[in-house]
Design a protein around this ligand. Structure first.
Ligand code: IPM
Ligand code: MG
Length: 372
């Protein structure tokens, strides 16, 4: 298959982790005889520095002429610490999502068997947890009208949803549930918010045509507690933009590190794939950021194009790296492996995978083998 991939590495650790995802994709291309071509484009703080715009038109053009977008991370402390900055890196990502029509953000969460003791949550709570969050991505409070009074003493952000915006993501989530354990939980705040009551009404109506899927509801405050109290109860979680942003960071604790959590943003012809973590500026250039979230986002990209075996091989390579302890310091503070070595191992595994025979643990333990 030929795929044109726009690469928007962005800020902070974005470029380092994205480089490893590309290395992984190249390994896959070689093994399965695909042709992936990459076009890099600017986004975020780096785009503001170079062009004054967090999403220059040239970047949008590159995305629109590609089959998919591989996104790194966005954000910079110089903006976080300056609430009066008018132009902000995050605007680039939000505009990109909106312009490309990426209304559905899919965030898989699972507890890896080998990492059960890395999570601050108890093993018996997380063992076997495996659910996917469907987060609405182009509506709600993120995109409603914003106001700041002239004197700077009053501000508001409008949370608004239209029926169609709820319907289209609800269908995606129900279909996903159908292919999983057939349970869908709508997370909302219907005891307080009008928008949430609209969500409940519409999702309940749609649920009638997915009678094989069990639908239930949780208020977001309760959901925030249930996610860490009993995460195994969830299969597919459907929620609006802001709640999805918050509970997905929370849920990443189950996996042991937010550095493992990938996502796909879908809705139109061009889908976007990005780790759920941010730009982690403190780690920039230090070769300590976990590249796995970006690598698994690349796997989601392949899955999106039905390259299921290829995606599966990436998952296998990642699981092997976790089993062997070839992990970045977020998963093991004593680890001597950095971003590049973890990425190199995963790419090497893919290229040399040969049934049972592949790994020579002694080589890995020596640190500088041909495998690492
Ligand atoms: C995410 C991020 C973004 C969001 C930021 C960077 C705008 O937190 O993708 O979860 O809030 O959607
Ligand atoms: Mg977030």
């Amino acid at each position: 298959m030929n795929l044109k991939i726009a690469v928007l590495a962005g800020d902070g650790i974005g470029p380092e982790v994205t480089a490893q995802a590309i290395q992984t994709l190249n390994a896959i291309a070689e093994v399965y005889d695909h042709e992936f071509t990459y076009t890099e484009a600017l986004v975020g703080a780096i785009a503001i520095d170079k062009t004054g715009d967090p999403l220059p038109q040239g970047t949008l053009d590159v995305c629109e002429n590609s089959d998919a977008v591989l996104f790194g991370a966005i954000g910079d402390p110089k903006y976080d610490n300056n609430p009066s900055a008018k132009i902000r890196p995050e605007q680039g990502l939000l505009k990109l999502r909106k312009t490309l029509g990426l209304f559905g953000n899919i965030r898989p969460m699972k507890a890896y068997a080998t990492l059960l003791d890395k999570s601050p949550l108890r093993r018996d709570i997380i063992e076997g947890a495996d659910f996917t969050i469907y987060r609405e991505l182009t509506g709600g409070i993120y995109f409603g009208e914003k106001q700041l009074s002239e004197d700077g003493n009053y501000a508001s952000d409008l949370c608004a949803y239209a029926k169609e915006e709820i319907e289209r993501i609800a269908h995606l989530a129900f279909k996903a549930a159908r292919n999983r354990r057939k349970k869908l939980t709508l997370v909302d705040k219907a005891n307080v918010l009008e928008t949430s009551r609209l969500w409940r009404k519409i999702v309940t109506a749609i649920g009638k045509s997915y009678s094989d899927v069990q639908l239930d509801f949780l208020f977001v405050d309760n959901a925030a507690m249930q996610i860490i109290l009993n995460p195994k109860q969830f299969d597919v979680v459907l929620t609006e933009n802001m709640f999805g942003d918050i509970i997905s960071d929370e849920a990443s604790i189950i996996g042991g590190s937010i550095g493992l959590m990938a996502s796909a943003s879908v809705g139109s012809e061009i889908a976007l794939f990005e780790p759920i973590h941010g730009s982690y500026p403190q780690a920039k250039g230090k070769d300590i950021a976990n590249p796995v979230a970006s690598i698994l986002s690349a796997a989601m990209l392949l899955e999106h194009f039905d390259l299921v075996d290829e995606a599966e091989l990436i998952h296998q390579a990642v699981e092997r790296s976790l089993e062997l302890g070839i992990v970045t310091p977020d998963l093991n503070p004593e680890s001597r492996y950095g971003t590049a070595k973890v990425g190199a191992f995963i790419a090497d595994y893919i290229q040399n995978y040969d049934g049972e025979l592949f790994i020579n643990k002694d080589n890995i333990d020596m640190g500088q083998s041909t495998i690492i």
